[in-house]
Design a protein around this ligand. Structure first.
Ligand code: FAD
Length: 404
């Protein structure tokens, strides 16, 4: 058994930014464990620009952003162990991890662990999409890796989803010489930035709202995608040899779940406050693991905040009492889902099941309204945020958030 002071699980933007900040805070003996052969997380495969705006204050391509964060983490004194998977985490009695790599297995006892294992898009099977099981079916993440590796994709594609990453899939497909026939969403509107639908239309891509995918057809290779209008049940067959299931994120939570920490039933990630505290001594969480899905720079900033709280805990300042935050329909989840009522977070992120423009959110504790605030953000259906001060004054918890 090897003893380490801090182990960070996952070398994506959150984990690497945490390692950089730990160095800044003077914390030594930091090991970052990454199952892939290279550090950087998802941005490694996203060739386009736009990464790093909020954390590094300039625009990088995904691979350059990943490389820059890795370089800074090493400069800050962290040790990076790639091609190494954390296969077990026990968090009951001081964190204990099992690592598996080509050179064998290793057990580590750490003073503190920060888990930043990210999120992934739900694959076709998990979305219960009926039909055949031919080749030519991807998630956006898998598609990007495929295209990065220079492998052939197909000729005509249908993309399931109409959120940011779905439009990113259209661009990746275009880059690979594949024509996207349609984006398909059950929602009444696309859920990306204003203008995304128009930009797609200019490329000849239709956004089919109020539609769901009811069949994938093809023996060896995908041949067509059957969609159904959810209002009329009318079906249409779209000829396509490529299908991309985009969005519909789920935290990569298996390690945490098996550790016995428990998951928030709405985010499906571990409960945590804005500083990554999980309520379990020595265990912190950050990035897309705590709720799917944020942009990479926001995950990086979350990693930084968690590193500061972790450094405080190592110095014997563990932080305040934590109350739970729950959400009622049509809110799907709210994060942070733990709050210190003495220091409410500056920002609460919400996800709703339906479009709810101009709505107000109310925080309720044991039938008492603590405060109300307007939703900000252009697309409340997907992600919106409110001023966290509506939680000030909470005394017992859990606090329940409702749309007023
Ligand atoms: C297709 C796609 C396009 C995107 N485009 C953009 C964009 O244009 N701009 C933007 O800002 N954001 C974009 N995002 C979102 C952005 O990539 C993520 O928000 C960001 O990467 C999340 O950072 P993270 O550190 O939380 O997780 P990740 O980047 O997912 O990193 C988690 C890391 O943990 C590792 N890991 C997981 N489990 C283990 C384990 N048990 N042991 C060891 N290592 C483990 C993984 O291998 C991974 O490297 C995109 C995402 C996708 C999927």
């Amino acid at each position: 058994v090897i003893e380490r002071r801090v182990v960070v699980v996952g070398a994506g933007p959150a984990g690497l930014s945490a390692a950089i900040e730990l160095g800044r805070q003077g914390v030594t003996d930091v090991l970052v464990v990454e199952r892939e052969a290279e550090p950087g997380g998802i941005p490694r495969h996203s060739a386009h620009q736009g990464f790093g705006l909020r954390d590094l204050h300039r625009s990088y391509s995904g691979p350059r952003y990943a490389a820059e964060l890795a370089r800074r983490a090493i400069d800050a004194g962290a040790e990076l162990a790639c091609s190494t998977t954390v296969t077990s985490l026990e968090a009951d009695d001081g964190p204990r991890l099992e690592l598996t790599s080509p050179s064998g297995r290793q057990t580590i006892e750490a003073t503190a662990v920060l888990v930043a294992t990210g999120a992934r898009e739900r694959p076709r099977a998990a979305r219960l999409i009926p039909g055949d099981r031919p080749s030519g079916i991807f998630t956006t993440g898998a598609l990007q890796q495929w295209v990065e590796a220079g492998l052939p994709v197909g000729r005509r594609a249908v993309v399931l989803g109409a959120e940011h990453v779905s439009y990113s899939a259209v661009l990746t497909l275009r880059h690979a010489g594949v024509r996207t026939v349609a984006l398909v969403t059950e929602q009444p509107h696309q859920q990306s930035v204003r203008g995304a639908g128009l930009a797609a239309r200019a490329l000849g891509v239709r956004t089919l709202c109020h539609h769901r995918v009811v069949g994938l057809q093809g023996r060896e290779r995908l041949h067509s995608v059957v969609v159904e209008d959810v209002r009329t049940a009318a079906r249409t067959e779209l000829m396509a040899d490529t299908f991309v299931a985009s969005g519909d994120w789920i935290p990569d939570h298996d390690l945490v779940r098996r550790s016995g920490l428990g998951l928030d039933p709405s985010t499906l990630g571990p409960r945590s406050d804005a500083w990554g505290r999980t309520g379990r001594a020595g265990l912190f969480a950050a990035g897309n693991l705590v709720h799917p899905v944020e942009t990479a720079d926001r995950c990086a900033l979350g990693g930084r905040r968690a590193a500061r709280a972790l450094a405080d805990a190592l110095d014997g300042r563990p932080g305040g009492r934590l109350l739970g935050v729950e959400s009622a329909e049509p809110l799907r989840w709210a994060w942070p889902n733990l709050v210190d009522p003495a220091a409410p977070p500056a920002r609460l992120v919400l996800r709703t099941e339906r479009f709810a423009r101009r709505a107000e959110v109310v925080a309720v504790e044991a039938g008492r309204v603590l405060g109300r605030a307007r939703l900000h953000g252009g697309v409340p259906h997907q992600h919106s945020w409110v001023d966290g001060s509506i939680l000030a004054g909470a005394t017992e918890g859990p606090v329940r958030l409702e749309l007023a």
